[in-house]
Design a protein around this ligand. Structure first.
Ligand code: FES
Ligand code: FES
Length: 162
C-alpha cells in the first residue's frame, strides 16, 4: 500500500492522518473522520451530492483523492450551523420545503454557500444555472429555487459568512 501523511483542517478542526494515496476524499471524510453528512451518489462527478468547500471553492469530493487536500481548509455540511443555530441557507431550505428525502441536500447547500457568497443578489436565472450541477430526484426544484431566494434575503441582513 502506498501511503502519505496529510494534515487538513476540516470545519475548523485540524486532523493529521496517514492515508492510502488512492483513498477518495469523500471516503476519507466519511469513513476516517466520521463526517457522513457528505453523501455519495454517482461517485463520478455527475450528481453533486458529495460537494464540499475546499479552500473556498465548491468541489466534488468523489473526484479528489485525500492526499490532494494536504494543508487545505475544508468546510463540510457539518460545519455550516453555528451550534444549534442553522446557517441561513439551511434555515431557508427548512422553511421553504427545499428538500424531501434530503440525500442531495448537503451537496446543494455546499454549492450554494459559495454561489451566494459570490452572487449575493442572484436573479432567478442565476439560481437555476447555479443549481444545474446538483441533481435532486424528489423536490422538482421549485422549492429549492425559493429557498435560495429566501437565503439571499436572509444573508443580506446576517453576519454569517463562508
Ligand atoms: S457522488 Fe460525487 S458527483 Fe455524485
Ligand atoms: S430531496 Fe431527495 S434527492 Fe433531493
Amino acid at each position: 500500500m502506498n501511503e502519505r501523511r496529510i494534515r487538513v483542517r476540516v470545519n475548523g478542526e485540524l486532523y493529521e492522518r496517514t492515508v492510502d494515496v488512492r483513498r477518495l476524499l469523500a471516503d476519507f471524510l466519511r469513513d476516517e473522520l466520521g463526517l457522513t453528512g457528505t453523501h455519495l451518489g454517482c461517485e463520478h462527478g455527475v450528481c453533486g451530492a458529495c460537494t464540499i468547500v475546499v479552500n473556498g471553492a465548491a468541489v466534488r469530493s468523489c473526484l479528489l483523492f485525500a492526499v490532494q487536500v494536504d494543508a487545505a481548509e475544508i468546510l463540510t455540511v457539518e460545519g455550516l450551523a453555528d451550534g444549534e443555530r442553522l446557517h441561513p441557507l439551511q434555515q431557508a431550505f427548512w422553511e421553504s420545503h427545499g428538500l424531501q428525502c434530503g440525500f442531495c441536500t448537503p451537496g446543494f447547500l455546499m454549492s450554494l454557500v459559495c454561489f451566494l457568497r459570490d452572487n449575493p443578489h442572484p436573479t432567478d436565472d442565476d439560481i437555476r444555472i447555479a443549481l444545474s450541477g446538483n441533481l435532486c430526484r424528489c423536490t422538482g426544484y421549485q422549492n429549492i429555487v425559493r429557498a435560495v431566494e429566501a437565503a439571499s434575503r436572509m444573508l443580506a441582513t446576517s453576519a454569517t459568512r463562508v
